[in-house]
Design a protein around this ligand. Structure first.
Ligand code: FES
Length: 168
């Protein structure tokens, strides 16, 4: 195409059309990522590859968008997601002992998941229940004033979760 024959208005129209289509696809992307994560518990790479082809958005761009949001995960998560609060009140009242007990028992560090997918261990800042320190959250539930007895109970709950659902 000869550069002198390009109609500027046509070009702007084409660019606008392309951008508009791209924006629409990007708009669909985040809600689709939510659906994929709801179905799988995380964003499997093969599913993201298919999505990349379907939406004509590069895989790199999909990862870039997904990694911007903290709620998206790229590897399988445990049935129990235990977050040890590391806020000041919990720190002062023994959060480290709780975390150490879980690390010692399940042999994973914060940010990791056990191979049997029973537990994902994470740490979190103050969860707003400082009066109950030390605190952990287990999925959506809060467990406070955790001493040795409650740690033992928590470990039992995590260990038995798979058995209770016949998934062991
Ligand atoms: S510091 Fe743990 S709940 Fe506030």
């Amino acid at each position: 195409m000869n550069i002198e024959t390009i109609d500027v208005n046509d070009s702007i129209g084409i660019v606008s059309e392309v951008l508009c289509g791209h924006d629409k696809r990007k708009g669909v992307l985040v809600s689709t990522l939510h659906k994929i994560q709801a179905d799988n518990g995380y964003l499997p790479e093969d599913v993201l590859r298919s999505l990349s082809k379907k939406l004509a958005i590069s895989l790199a761009e999909i990862y870039s968008v997904a990694s911007f949001y903290k709620q998206f995960h790229f590897s399988p998560r445990g049935k129990k997601i235990v977050r040890v609060c590391k806020g000041t009140a919990c720190h002062v009242r023994g959060a480290a002992k709780v975390e150490t007990a879980l690390i010692d028992r399940f042999h994973i560090k914060a940010g990791e998941t056990t191979p049997d997918l029973k537990l994902t261990l994470e740490t979190v800042g103050c969860v707003g229940c400082c009066g109950l320190a030390p605190v952990v959250t287990i999925n959506e539930d809060v467990m406070g004033t955790i001493g040795p007895k409650k740690i033992k109970h928590l470990i039992t709950v995590i260990e038995e979760e798979g058995v209770a659902h016949g998934e062991n």
